[in-house]
Ligand binder design. Structure first.
Ligand code: MN
Length: 280
């Protein structure tokens, strides 16, 4: 199944060129798909109302995941373009603020007028079952599905977790495709365009830590809960995004996610809140 959350907050399941909008079920701040993944709600397609896909306005499939985990330098060619000596094997994983999630067709807001901010197109894994110290061989049994993700990043000097955690910096969607429909997550074509120009194109087999290894590794550190999201890292081809840019990321058998970019409200980097030097 391909399961979306509409901007009205209701669940909808893709069926060809239509969506079957499912009546509201028990839900909390995590939204209705989180409730389904967590086993607190079920999807009753028989009660659904059909709407054309073209008329749908999507919300984020998981507007407030329990965790958003990132994978730094998880493709060799991206490691080379960043002139990195180390990769995920040395860096480990990092966390992004869950408040950075942005719905499909939303607008990424650039925080600074003069600090480079990049797109990073990524396959996002949605956890389905509690995973703690799972082996790579068992890891994929704990996956609910996959969605398209962007890990928007300011290239400044602060800690990774902050540079990637501005509001709007984690677009997800447009829906979650369940694991059974995706099959092998290490053989998916991933492409990302900025302003219609293809910047990133890779097969997910090129990951340094494949999806199973990444889940196993992460679960050796932190318990993964249903609805947690793991961004699996970006391939080569990251680059600046600017006011009025558009970004699209498409992943084979998963979906295609589009967002806009705006510098509305952006400030010079030097004007960011910070202690005044010499103040007592
Ligand atoms: Mn990334």
């Amino acid at each position: 199944m391909r399961i979306a959350v509409l901007d009205t907050g209701t669940l909808a399941v893709l069926d060809g060129n239509e969506l079957i909008e499912v009546p509201a079920t028990a839900t909390g701040p995590g939204g209705p798909l989180q409730a389904v993944i967590g086993g607190e709600a079920t999807i009753d397609l028989a009660a659904g109302r059909r709407i054309p896909l073209a008329a749908a306005r999507f919300g984020a499939p998981l507007p407030r995941p329990g965790k958003v985990i990132g994978a730094p330098v998880n493709y060799l060619e991206h490691k080379a373009e960043m002139s990195e000596v180390q990769s995920i094997a040395e860096w480990g994983v990092f966390l992004k603020a869950t408040s950075s999630v942005l719905p499909p067709d939303g607008t990424v807001l650039l925080p600074y007028t003069d600090a480079r901010t990049d797109q990073e197109g990524e396959l996002a894994v949605v956890i389905g079952e509690i995973a703690r110290n799972v082996s790579a061989a068992q890891a994929l049994d704990h996956v609910y599905g996959y969605t398209c993700g962007l890990d928007i990043t300011v290239r400044s000097k602060e800690d990774r977790s902050m540079r990637k955690s501005f509001d709007t910096f984690t677009p997800l969607g447009p829906w979650v495709t369940t694991a059974d429909e995706v099959g092998d997550p290490t053989n998916l074509l991933l492409r990302c365009w900025v302003d219609g120009e293809l910047r990133q194109e890779v097969n997910t087999r090129e990951m340094i830590f494949g999806v199973a290894d990444l889940i196993a590794y992460t679960s050796s550190v932190m318990t993964l809960w249903p609805g947690d999201v793991i961004l699996t890292g970006t391939p080569a081809g990251v680059g600046p995004i600017n006011d009025a840019s558009s970004i699209e990321v498409e992943i084979e058998r998963v979906g295609r996610l589009s967002v806009a970019v705006s510098a509305r409200g952006a400030i010079p980097y030097a004007d960011r809140p910070r202690p005044v030097v010499g103040a007592s």
